[in-house]
Design a protein around this ligand. Sequence first.
Ligand SMILES: NC(=O)c1ccc[n+]([C@@H]2O[C@H](COP(=O)([O-])OP(=O)(O)OC[C@H]3O[C@@H](n4cnc5c(N)ncnc54)[C@H](OP(=O)(O)O)[C@@H]3O)[C@@H](O)[C@H]2O)c1
Length: 243
Amino acid sequence: MINQVALVTGASRGIGAAVAERLARDGFTVVVNYAGSQTPAEALVRKIEAAGGRALAAQADVSSAVEVARMFDAAEAAFGGVDVVINSAGIMKLATLADSDDALFDSQIAVNLKGTFNTLREASRRLRNGGRIVNFSTSLVGARLETYGVYAATKAAVETMTAILSKELRGRSITANAVAPGPTGTELFFDGKSPEVIARFEKMNPLERIGTPADIAAVVSFLAGPDGGWINGQVLRANGGMV
Ligand SMILES: NC(=O)c1ccc[n+]([C@@H]2O[C@H](COP(=O)([O-])OP(=O)(O)OC[C@H]3O[C@@H](n4cnc5c(N)ncnc54)[C@H](OP(=O)(O)O)[C@@H]3O)[C@@H](O)[C@H]2O)c1
């Protein structure tokens, strides 16, 4: 039985919710972060508790340093400390660079890059020794598809920050890695895509399907659990072989 506390950002829906559920099943006490989706976040906490786990819903917009610090305070007050941070909160807005307005650029920088920075800064100051950090990139950093320029750029920056942080944590037995999913069946992926476009994405990998949130949660479980301890400073692409 693992007796550790895992904080998962963006855990009210999608991949983050699957990660929170999986880590709870693995034995972690889980902090379920959300920005606006209070009802699903609280429902997930009740589901985890009903299965015998421990969890807490914690509202914080990750783009706010103050709110992120308050979330860590709440986790420490409830459970005594934090061992694992999973940065799943993210947004995706697609346009060619020519058609990208300032709001598209600024919002993705704020959530995907500044949001990850905010949690990494708190995590690097507060995580207990022996902890784990898993950030979220995207396989689009490798695939480089049109219209994904700003989104993929925020994630490329996350990959770089992850590797540097893993070195800065020297001496504390804390690993920092990034998972880079391919297309995964969540609102973020499906929003605005026609069945034809989705079918095209399915064919981009030789397993010929879209990933599931559970596929990605299994990778995070590996990196956060005892078997992943020797992986450090890496980006693990989980995409069925797309790139
Ligand atoms: N799905 C894919 O195909 C795919 C592929 C590669 C990488 N990724 C990455 O995987 C991660 C999870 O994506 P997903 O597909 O699960 O997305 P999703 O289904 O749209 O869920 C996004 C989650 O992030 C939260 N969130 C958004 N803005 C936030 C903020 N400012 N502060 C705190 N939480 C915030 C949302 O909470 P609220 O509902 O409360 O706003 C929600 O829980 C993202 O980093 C994404 O870039 C996804």
